[in-house]
Design a protein around this ligand. Structure first.
Ligand SMILES: Nc1ncnc2c1ncn2[C@@H]1O[C@H](COP(=O)(O)OP(=O)(O)OP(=O)(O)O)[C@@H](O)[C@H]1O
Ligand SMILES: [Mg+2]
Length: 495
């Protein structure tokens, strides 16, 4: 690629150089020819005037004119104004034709210096002719013509042309070398730009073009790099969105499967025991009440499940209505603990209250607060052995953005939660030990509801736990209504 671009650029430079050479040759040889002819013409004119002044006052002998011609290094011809050749240095004038028609003589017989270049009809080679009048005034009767073969001029022109061409070629050589250097550089840069465009076309958006400084190519490479960065970002964004859509689709599928599964078990149980009763067990006094109790228990389970699903769905669709108000924190928490104490007592579990700084207030919906704390207490009791202790408490916490919140906690001394499960604990239907949780009557919706309710208040939930060391669930609520967002972020509503 680089070689092809390089050769093309060099070919252009050489072609332009050739044109420059031809132009220089044509212009220089024309100028040189005109200059040499003008110079020779004036030299011949000078010699002619000297000869006329010093020697040609009378008709000349043949021998005399030959000697003068030798001295002047030119052929000499004397003609009368009627065109007759009177004397000639090279051939016998008697045999020469009338010269009145020759342009140089015509000018000379009008009292001017005449000149012409043409092929001699007498000798047959190219000559430069210069004729000067031999008498003063406008109508001289005699004129002297000096002639010199043009070959000398042509030879000089040839020499000058050769020199000029050699000089131009010599001057052109470094130019070609510089052009070759630049062409190599440009070809290298161009091919890297082309290669980079190819990478982009093949979808490799991570590739970057090495920085090219200055010039249009620099701007082009910068723009291409920017395009690459934008494409990479767009592709990454699309991939992330795609992955997110995949995840949501998985969540939705899992949700449908989970709901059907959770509904099926109690429904099957209700159906089974109802059929048994219809088939005669109704009159079996030993079992009929037990069967009816099982049916009632499963119906309650279904009611609880549908109520939880309804709550979650309202939270997700943001149709759940809250009645926010300020409450005395210790009183609000104490109220929930009191209603829960009989359940804990059944398992001989003690609930301690760590009410911290009293007098603080919390801004929330009291029903939602009740549901959050009772879900956490329900878990704490459920996943804690008998005769253990649960502690609930709160403390004021200022968020990084300066908002005042109350952080509540529910700590138990139960089995704890494995680290790998902690991040998924707040997902719907997520249970660490499915069978165990179901045996305890759980469906895995309690913590999802806690998370959504707390987030609807602008707060957050987290868990700290180590296996065998119990678990502590924290959640925050605002002290006043500033901390409650108008609408929870969309992502919060998904899981
Ligand atoms: N205090 C805790 N100690 C140990 N594990 C817990 C505790 N709280 C929750 N978990 C685990 O987290 C899972 C999810 O809890 P979550 O409250 O969402 O569902 P659940 O209690 O199983 O059912 P539900 O609350 O809907 O009746 C539980 O199944 C349990 O495995
Ligand atoms: Mg629960």
């Amino acid at each position: 690629m680089t070689a092809r671009i390089f050769l093309k650029l060099i070919a252009v430079v050489v072609f332009l150089g050739g044109i420059a050479l031809v132009t220089a040759d044509v212009l220089a040889s024309g100028v040189a020819e005109r200059y040499l002819l003008a110079h020779l013409t004036s030299a011949l004119e000078g010699k002619g005037r000297v000869i006329v002044q010093e020697h040609l006052t009378a008709p000349l002998e043949q021998e005399e004119i030959r000697q003068l011609a030798q001295a002047a290094e030119a052929r000499l011809t004397v003609a009368a104004s009627d065109g007759r050749v009177l004397a000639e240095s090279e051939i016998d004038p008697a045999g020469m034709e009338n010269h009145l028609s020759r342009p140089e003589f015509q000018a000379a017989f009008q009292g001017r210096v005449g000149s012409d270049t043409r092929s001699s009809r007498t000798i047959g080679i190219d000559f430069l002719y210069v004729a000067v009048p031999m008498e003063p005034g406008p109508r001289p009767r005699l004129a002297l013509r000096l002639a010199m073969p043009r070959k000398a001029v042509n030879d000089d022109i040839h020499t000058i042309r050769t020199r000029i061409l050699q000089s131009v070629a010599l001057a052109f050589l470094p130019a070609v070398m510089i052009a070759a250097f630049l062409a190599r550089r440009i070809a290298g840069r161009l091919s890297s730009v082309i290669a980079y465009a190819g990478e982009l076309a093949n979808g490799n958006f991570q590739a970057r073009l090495p920085a090219i400084t200055g010039g249009d190519l620099g701007v082009l490479s910068q723009k291409l790099n920017e395009t690459g960065v934008k494409l990479e970002r767009t592709v990454q964004q699309l991939q992330t969105e795609h992955a997110e859509l995949d995840r949501l689709e998985r969540v939705r599928r899992d949700f449908v499967i989970n709901v059907s599964h959770e509904l099926r078990t109690p429904l099957a149980s209700i159906q089974g025991y109802a059929e048994t009763l219809i088939d005669g067990a109704l009159y079996d006094e030993k079992n009929n009440l037990r069967f009816l109790n099982i049916i009632r228990h499963n119906a309650e389970r279904l009611t609880g499940l549908t109520a939880d699903l309804l709550t979650l769905s309202r939270l997700e669709l943001r149709t759940k209505e809250f009645r926010f108000a300020s409450f005395h924190t210790a009183e609000l928490l104490g109220g929930v603990v009191d209603t829960f104490r009989p359940i804990a007592d059944r398992k001989h579990v003690t609930i301690l209250q760590d009410l911290g700084e009293d007098g603080s207030e919390v801004f929330c919906d009291s029903e939602a607060f009740y549901q959050v704390v009772s879900n956490l207490l329900d878990n704490a009791v459920k996943y804690t052995p008998e005769n253990s202790t649960i502690t609930v408490g709160f403390r004021p916490v200022t968020k990084p953005d300066g908002a005042s919140t109350i952080e509540f906690y529910v700590r138990d001394s139960g089995m704890g939660i494995p680290a790998e499960d902690q991040s998924r604990l707040f997902e719907r239907f997520y249970r660490v030990d499915k069978a165990r949780s179901r045996d305890l009557g759980g469906t895995g919706l309690g913590l999802a509801i806690v998370k959504h309710l707390v987030r609807a208040h602008g707060g957050d939930v987290r868990v700290e736990s180590e296996i065998g060391q119990g678990a502590t669930f924290f959640f925050t609520l605002p002290v006043d209504d500033v901390g409650i967002p108008e609408q929870a972020p969309a992502s919060a509503a998904i899981l």
